[in-house]
Design a protein around this ligand. Structure first.
Ligand SMILES: Cc1ncc(COP(=O)(O)O)c(C=O)c1O
Length: 396
């Protein structure tokens, strides 16, 4: 016997891709993967050093809330990056909780805040979307409800009817968006906070791409900054999720944090005491070092900017695409079916991409990812250029 809710889970997109390509011949060219959103730039060497210097910490059990030093480094980063007026020591002691990567935390927060016995059990989430939001909702005994998201996040958020908030307990915002790369304005987030407060909906903002923005677009505003504008100095009903995976090229470190409403943070810490997810002490030391440095993050952004500048002129003649304000994806519209394009790129050019329809759900018979593909510009510059040239050859 297993948990019957497991049967509600959809196959993960990469599982679907494996089946899609199972009978598709392989190309003999070298493989270029633009499919997985796994950063490939080098991680900062000082993070390696911080980790090595903290190896003696392996002799201790870590606490659920992690070290003061890590929470203080995170709080200082939050104050500097988002212009918060809450003093860093107050943030560190009450409003911040380190997590072992935001994937597990985005999942676990649903188990913490959702009430499966309530009459209203909707959880609002974007479509297309990061698939964890849906699985987390289903395993918490609640109902995923999708709102459309495309290249204009502000209009998309404004278009969600009040009725959707009325029957919801939780709202997932992905800002900057994966896969769209769209960014919500401060005004749009203020309006979203006001509606969530009015209807008593907990707002979770997944901001793991917030530091990978185009220098020409500027740094995205965070939900906690918008909260300050609404006078919500205690961040009531709000949580933001941040990660070192994309910001600092440390996806293997499994390190991020949640910040916001102190009572939700307490409930989450309580949940996690039993869940048993803690950060190993060397990971904590490495994370504190990474949050304290911006130089490597600026270099990271410059490297992505360079790739967008090189790749866009090659792809624009054959597909409808644009450089997003943030993130490291392209989300082009094609003149052909997205699954067929994925198969052809695999078999003719050995370029791996994600079919857009695998990242979204059908709503009233329409899948917003149809005829779109997601390209992660994570490979080195020369490989991204080579992949773009192969795509032009294959899809023209
Ligand atoms: C939108 C979004 N949120 C969260 C995550 C999870 O990142 P991590 O668990 O590495 O912090 C990802 C990873 O790809 C993502 O794309």
């Amino acid at each position: 016997m297993t948990n019957p809710d497991l049967g509600l889970l959809q196959p993960y997109p990469f599982e679907k891709i494996r089946s899609l390509l199972a009978n598709t011949p392989d190309s003999d060219k070298n493989r270029i993967a633009l499919s997985v959103g796994e950063p490939k730039h080098a991680a900062p060497s000082f993070v390696h050093e911080a980790m090595l210097n903290a190896l003696s910490g392996l002799e201790n059990y870590p606490t659920t809330r992690s070290s003061d030093a890590l929470r203080e480094a995170i709080a200082t980063w939050l104050v500097n990056r988002f212009g918060l007026s809450t003093p860093a020591d107050v943030l560190a002691s009450r409003h911040v909780l380190p997590v072992s990567g935001t994937r597990e935390a985005l999942f676990a927060i649903a188990q913490t805040v959702l009430d499966r016995t309530a009459k209203q059990r909707d959880v609002l989430m974007p479509n297309p979307f990061y698939q964890i939001y849906e699985g987390a909702t289903l395993l918490a005994g609640c109902k995923p409800c999708f709102y459309a998201i495309d290249d204009n996040t502000d209009d998309n958020l404004a278009a969600i009817p009040d009725a959707a908030f009325e029957s919801a307990q939780l709202f997932y915002l992905c800002n900057p968006g994966n896969p769209t790369g769209g960014v919500a304005s401060e005004e749009a987030m203020v309006a979203l906070i006001e509606r969530a407060q009015k209807f008593g909906v907990t707002l979770v903002s997944d901001e793991c791409y917030s530091e990978i923005y185009r220098e020409t677009s500027g740094a995205p505003v965070g939900l906690l900054t918008a909260a300050k504008k609404t006078g919500l100095d205690d961040y009531r009903g709000l949580l933001v999720f941040h990660s070192l995976s994309k910001r600092s090229n440390l996806p293997g470190l499994r390190s991020g944090f949640v910040a916001g409403d102190a009572s939700l943070i307490d409930a989450f810490a309580n949940y996690r005491t039993y869940h048993g997810c803690t950060l190993p002490p060397p990971t904590q030391a490495a994370s504190a070092a990474a949050w304290a440095d911006e130089t490597h993050v600026a270099a990271n952004r410059a490297a992505y900017d360079e790739k967008y500048n090189a790749v866009l002129p090659l792809l624009e003649p054959i597909m409808n695409t644009r450089t997003p304000a943030a993130g490291f994806y392209l989300w082009p519209t094609l003149t052909m079916d997205d699954k067929e394009a994925t198969q052809r790129l695999h078999s003719e050019e050995n370029v791996a991409v994600v079919p857009g329809s695998y990242l979204a759900r059908d709503i009233n018979g329409t899948n917003p990812g149809t005829n779109r593909i997601r390209l992660a510009l994570v490979a080195p510059l020369d490989e991204c250029i080579e992949a773009a040239n192969r795509m032009v050859r294959c899809l023209s």
